[in-house]
Design a binder for this molecule. Structure first.
Ligand code: SAM
Ligand code: SF4
Length: 427
């Protein structure tokens, strides 16, 4: 989500203020730091990063420094109090006001803070991106209303708001007309998508996917990320649509019902297993990935064992897993946490190696198979090699001419490496 937001900031300043991106921060007129506060560590880095720019700003008073994203949304004015050389503080929902804020700071030389949540106004003003790649993110909703006990998102990004379908479809049609083949529908909980089209027809994510799949030229659709509670039958049935990639990211966080309840996830492990079983009756070989939080307050060895058992039951292919990080103003930050950090680290290592083992196993089982791959770029390592992604989100490197970039081609997988696959073109 932050990568998407950063690309939008760049698009805006390019199209509205004729700016260009520079690789050298110390030649910039405007320095933007897009921040994340989902865990404590990235948040801590904000002030050390700003500190590196303090002297540059002192010697170049016309340089404007802006801080955006969720730390900005959470801390607001406090950022300016602690780092007075920061000129602009803006939140994820006000990034579209950046050009105007930039002008105002230049004319007034006063710092500005705007971390409000104007209802989805940003999508109607964001410019078209000039950066066309074979795969593109398209934001369909913003914020989250789930209030899991550990999470800052509802406070920093606001409540769930869905974007109107016509705007989404117009953006996708334009991207596809300019060469994009794969669309990843983006939001904190895309399956909370609820909107009405101009005729008043109600749309959920499943309906939106149906409409997106009818866009001429679109080859593959993904969506990121979803909540198990709203992973309902209509969405499961959408997987009959062959354009939906054979990959699902559905975060479960823990395999213990006790911990899920403390997390206020509002469902049990059994619901998760049931949903995945239903999905697998349509797509037996679909890859499933999840987020996990290890060491949540109150997590015992046996709770953690239940998470390991769930990993065996589901056979997760990948995960984003982290140790619980207490976040300001969240109920979980007040919960008693007696587990030693060393034990949490051990649990995290155990969980990650189990999932890595699954992932290696799945990669090996793909050797000899033929896979549809969207060719995305030249390989970083060798000049005459290209890189693309399989439906189950694995990078594949193979020999081929760069004219193939942007095409969907069939490859025979020849080798499974720890972080990628090798393949050759079939015909
Ligand atoms: N909406 C998605 C869901 O409900 O699963 C996830 C979006 S959340 C921004 C991304 C992930 O960050 C979560 O799935 C969770 O694993 C992790 N996360 C959020 N708050 C956390 C915290 N306080 N400590 C550790 N990890 C956290
Ligand atoms: Fe955070 Fe996801 Fe829970 Fe929303 S559903 S509060 S984004 S973890």
């Amino acid at each position: 989500m932050n990568e998407y937001d950063s690309s939008k900031m760049l698009d805006l300043m390019r199209s509205e203020r004729n700016m260009e991106q520079t690789e050298d921060v110390f030649s910039a007129d405007l320095i933007l730091l897009n921040t994340c506060s989902i865990r404590e560590k990235p948040q801590e880095k904000v002030f050390s990063q700003l500190g590196r720019w303090k002297d540059y700003k002192k010697n170049n008073p016309n340089v404007v420094i802006g801080v955006g994203g969720c730390v900005a949304s959470q801390e607001g004015e406090k950022i300016i109090n602690r780092a007075p050389y920061v000129d602009i503080v803006f939140g994820p929902q006000t990034l579209h006001r950046l050009p105007k804020m930039y002008d105002d700071v230049l004319s007034s030389r006063k710092s500005l803070v705007d971390i409000s949540f104007p209802k989805i106004e940003k999508f109607s003003v964001l410019p078209k991106t000039p950066d066309i790649k074979p795969s593109a993110f398209v934001s369909i909703m913003e914020g989250c209303s789930k209030f899991c006990s550990f999470c800052v998102v509802p406070y920093t990004r606001g409540l769930e708001v869905s974007r109107e379908p016509e705007g989404i479809l117009d953006e996708i049609k334009d991207l596809v007309a300019r060469g994009v083949k794969e669309i990843n529908l983006l939001g904190q909980n895309v399956n909370a998508y609820r909107a009405k089209d101009k005729d008043g027809t109600k749309l959920k994510l499943a309906d939106l996917i149906d409409r997106v799949s009818l866009v001429d030229g679109i080859k593959r659709i993904r969506f990121t990320t979803s909540h198990p509670l709203q992973f309902t039958d209509d969405l499961i049935n959408t997987f009959e649509n062959p354009k939906l990639a054979n990959y699902l990211h559905l975060p479960v966080q823990s395999g213990s019902n006790k911990i899920l309840q403390l997390m206020e996830r509002k469902h049990k492990v059994e619901l998760y297993i049931d949903r995945i079983n239903k999905l697998r009756s349509l797509r037996p070989d679909i890859s499933i990935s999840s987020d996990f939080i290890v060491g949540f307050p109150g997590e015992t060895d046996s709770d953690f064992q239940e998470t390991l058992d769930l990993i065996d039951t589901i056979g997760f292919d990948q995960s984003f897993s982290f140790i619980f990080s207490p976040r300001p103003n969240t109920p979980a930050s007040e919960m008693e946490d007696t587990t030693d950090y060393k034990i949490k680290l051990q649990r995290l290592g155990q969980l990650q190696s189990k999932i890595n083992e699954n992932s290696r196993h799945i990669s090996k089982s793909m050797v000899g198979s033929d896979q549809m791959v969207l060719v995305e770029k030249k390989s970083k390592k060798t000049n005459n090699q290209l890189s693309g992604r399989t439906e189950n989100n694995r990078w594949v490197n193979f020999d081929g001419h760069e004219d193939l970039i942007g095409q969907m081609i069939e490859l025979r997988i020849t080798e499974a490496l720890p972080n990628s696959l090798r393949a050759r073109i079939i015909n």
